[in-house]
Design a protein around this ligand. Structure first.
Ligand code: SF4
Ligand code: SF4
Length: 379
């Protein structure tokens, strides 16, 4: 297993990190502890020493399970990462109580890597104003916390603001070859590098979207390396970024653990030719989008509650990846019914301000009927 070093602390971390949010489930929908333990054990025995959990994962069961599981190994032989659920923190005392609660849930005396979870402009403002960062920095002095960072989901400008606030030990970003311009993106990764802040990457296969690509796209990869999966290409793309220290994979089956361990043992960065192939795939996928919504948000808020960029993002993702199951789940279980395309009252306010001059009203009608059909066909 390849390792990379956090220069300031000297921590030697495995390039593959085990994301503890997608364990296999039992019939009750709880973590299947036998199967998950086997996967964690295989990963550990093959050199994975970074385990990333969080308070809400698996309906709050992940920290409990992972903390218990890791008792079987010497404490200094692994790095345990978890996160402060910022949305639960209304006062500084809430943050203090939550951290102590997490230590107890994990059955540990200290956390190796601790993050403010999923920072956005608003949650960051709350954490900053409550003095949570200063409190967490004081925990570093006591040894209860070894590295302080944050995970992030917002625009680059917000990242720029947060990353300059203090001397963070690391940050965790969503990054894959399709998302180089999303959120902090590759620009954020470069900024972190220029400030000497190591990056941990999440969503390297975009929640599975770029692990299960249409056949014509897969053949572009397999022409060059017939035995490599699309997932391996995506992992190698991320691992080729030199400021990336850990790549998290939320593995849910043993075959994924085995393949990932292989990918990150004697890791091969992408050659120039391979980088060009990934660039070609990225262009082929982007060429499939239905419309060119950039999610700029100028059209928002819609007076009738439609989440215009949210609708288009799902529609475009489906056009690119053909990920039917994921889209149906998002549309039926995650997307607010009040924000769906069908709520459009055709007032035209959005069309007047869209810099891409999109036919928003027509496109919303089309996507609503396509998704209705998709759901009907699946029933
Ligand atoms: S045209 Fe439809 S989507 Fe656009 S602002 Fe009006 S109601 Fe909202
Ligand atoms: S203004 Fe146009 S491009 Fe921007 S989010 Fe709205 S629909 Fe998308």
């Amino acid at each position: 297993m390849n390792q990379r070093v956090f220069e300031k602390s000297g921590a030697k971390v495995s390039l593959l990190g085990f994301g503890c949010m997608r364990f296999p489930l039992d019939e009750q929908g709880r973590i299947d502890r036998d199967k998950s333990s086997e996967m964690l054990d295989y990963a550990y025995r093959n050199g994975v020493n970074y385990f990333d959990t969080a308070y809400p994962y698996h309906d709050k069961e992940s920290e409990l399970f992972v903390g218990e599981f890791l008792k079987r190994y010497p404490r200094e032989s692994f790095y345990l990462a978890t996160k402060l659920p910022c949305w639960e923190v209304k006062t500084l005392d809430d943050a203090k109580a939550m951290f102590e609660n997490q230590l107890s849930r994990l059955q540990k005396d200290y956390v190796d890597f601790y993050m403010l979870h999923a920072l956005s402009a608003s949650s960051w403002a709350t954490m900053r104003d409550l003095g949570v960062v200063e409190y967490l920095l004081s925990l570093k002095e006591t040894g209860k916390l070894r590295h302080l960072g944050f995970s992030f989901h917002d625009e680059y400008a917000v990242f720029d603001d947060i990353v300059h606030y203090c001397d963070w030990d690391f940050c965790q970003l969503q990054l894959n070859y399709m998302d180089t311009r999303e959120q902090a993106g590759i620009k954020g990764c470069e900024l972190a590098k220029s400030l000497g802040i190591p990056v941990v990457v999440m969503e390297p296969i975009k929640g599975g979207s770029i692990a299960n690509l249409p056949d014509d796209i897969v053949s572009v990869f397999s022409d060059l390396r017939p035995s490599d999966s699309a997932a391996r290409w995506a992992m190698r793309w991320v691992g080729s970024l030199d400021n990336v220290k850990v790549i998290l994979s939320g593995m849910s089956a043993m075959d994924q653990v085995v393949e990932n361990c292989e990918t990150f043992t004697d890791f091969e960065p992408l050659s120039e030719e391979e980088k060009n192939v990934v660039g070609r795939v990225e262009k082929m996928l982007h060429a499939r989008i239905n419309n060119g919504c950039t999610a700029c948000g100028y059209c928002m808020p819609c007076p009738f509650g439609v989440d215009i960029p949210g609708n288009f993002k799902l529609w475009n993702d489906y056009a690119m990846y053909g990920n039917k199951g994921e889209v149906i789940w998002q549309w039926t279980k995650q997307f607010s019914p009040d924000a769906k395309a069908e709520k459009c009252a055709e007032c035209g306010a959005c069309m007047a301000v869209c810099p891409q001059s999109l036919s928003i009203i027509e496109d919303l009608k089309t996507l609503q009927s396509e998704f209705d059909q998709l759901v009907a066909d699946s029933e």
